[in-house]
Design a protein around this ligand. Structure first.
Ligand code: COA
Length: 337
């Protein structure tokens, strides 16, 4: 990788997360639609997810700000120490301003830069890669990357939406990256990819022109995520192992040299298939989808925060982060911690 400042390394300074208290269990879903715990657990591995409560003032920005505050505390930094806040989200607070700006105000970050990045479930990975290379370039020293989403706001909890609504949950996770003199720390290999032709596999229509060619406009679908579950499953099952192999090849490493795989939590079956294919031991590929569902941009940083707090990701380890989702997008970030 070419760097303008090869004498700068990048380290993970702290992580944090924030989840709504309100739980939506599989049993709760059976009161809203025809479904059952066994079907959901077998197909996805999900047992419950979290859901924001608008009446309590919860939103993408409040979750994101909560996660960032916890990450700042873990890093022993003040909000004014940040040079930049990148918020990966596909459910922004509003169209303008960027959610990152609302978060900046909520945490009191002063005049640091703030912008949003939308790469759906790959958002946090794209954010990490961006933050790393901005620090490596020498212009920024301390960058917060947040993944925050509130997909439950875009779910149709009736029989019409049951194939999609069972999957998604709300949450936020954050990580702070800092410049360090230790040049061994930082990204060893990365990738950011998209297949724009695949946009029609996951989209949120708001008007007639938003429906893909061949799909009749249906106003009852406005504002709800439309997902072709079978196509997305096929895409993920194929892409995930390919992405692991490509990333290993770029870094000239074998699967056993990676201390931890931190993957987007889309479906326990997809994660399990990749784990078996590479012979990765169970304790090296983290799974928490049973507790939170698919939290989109938040899923990777939520895993990261749990692993760091449990002492399972530490200095000196090699950690591979992987994401894939709407866009279609997919990406990886392999770190020397
Ligand atoms: N409860 C019970 N039955 C349900 C149901 C639910 N919540 N949702 C759908 N079904 C029914 C369907 O109506 C269908 O019934 P039919 O055969 O009588 O028509 C049957 O179950 C199978 O539906 P299908 O959509 O083919 O299920 P599936 O096996 O593909 O599983 C997903 C659906 C969504 C779990 C699966 O496709 C998946 O995990 N896809 C990937 C999604 C994903 O990871 N998205 C995020 C990407 S980042």
């Amino acid at each position: 990788m070419i760097s303008t400042r090869p004498n700068i390394g990048v380290r993970l300074a702290g992580t944090g997360s924030h989840l709504p208290e309100n739980r939506l269990t599989n049993a709760d879903l059976t009161k809203l639609m025809e479904t059952n715990d066994e079907w959901i657990v077998q197909r996805t591995g999900i047992r419950e997810r979290r859901k924001i409560d608008r009446a309590k003032g919860e939103s993408t920005a409040t979750l994101a700000a909560g996660a960032l505050k916890n990450a700042l505390a873990a890093a022993r930094l003040n909000a004014t120490d940040l040079d930049l806040i990148i918020c990966a989200t596909m459910t922004p607070e509003m169209e303008c301003p960027a959610t990152a700006c609302v978060v900046s105000a909520l945490v009191g970050a002063g005049h640091c830069g703030a912008f949003d990045l939308n790469a759906a479930c790959s958002g946090f990975i794209f954010g990490m890669n961006t933050a790393h290379d901005l620090i490596k370039g020498g212009a920024y020293r301390t960058i917060a990357v947040i993944g925050a989403d509130t997909l439950t706001e875009l779910m149709d909890y009736s029989n019409n939406g049951r194939g999609t609504a069972i999957i998604f949950g709300d949450g936020a996770g954050a990580a702070i990256f800092r410049a360090t003199d230790d040049t061994t720390k930082g990204i060893l290999a990365q990738g950011m990819h998209a297949d724009g032709e695949g946009w029609k596999e996951i989209y949120v229509p708001h008007e007639e022109r938003d429906f893909p060619k061949g799909i009749a406009c249906d106003t009852s679908k406005y504002g709800y995520v439309q997902m072709n579950g079978a196509s997305v499953f096929k895409f993920a099952v194929g892409t995930f192992p390919e992405l692991i192999q490509q990333t290993l090849d770029k870094a000239n490493l074998t699967p056993d040299k990676i201390d931890m795989y931190v993957c987007h939590q889309s479906n326990a079956r997809i994660l399990g298939a990749a784990r078996e294919r590479f012979g990765i031991p169970e304790d090296r590929l983290y799974v928490n989808i049973d507790r939170y569902g698919n939290t989109v941009g938040a899923s990777v940083p939520l895993c990261l925060d749990e692993l760091v707090r449990a002492g399972r990701i530490k200095d000196g380890m090699k950690v591979m982060f992987l994401g894939f989702g709407g866009g279609l997008t997919w990406g990886s970030s392999l770190w020397q911690m």
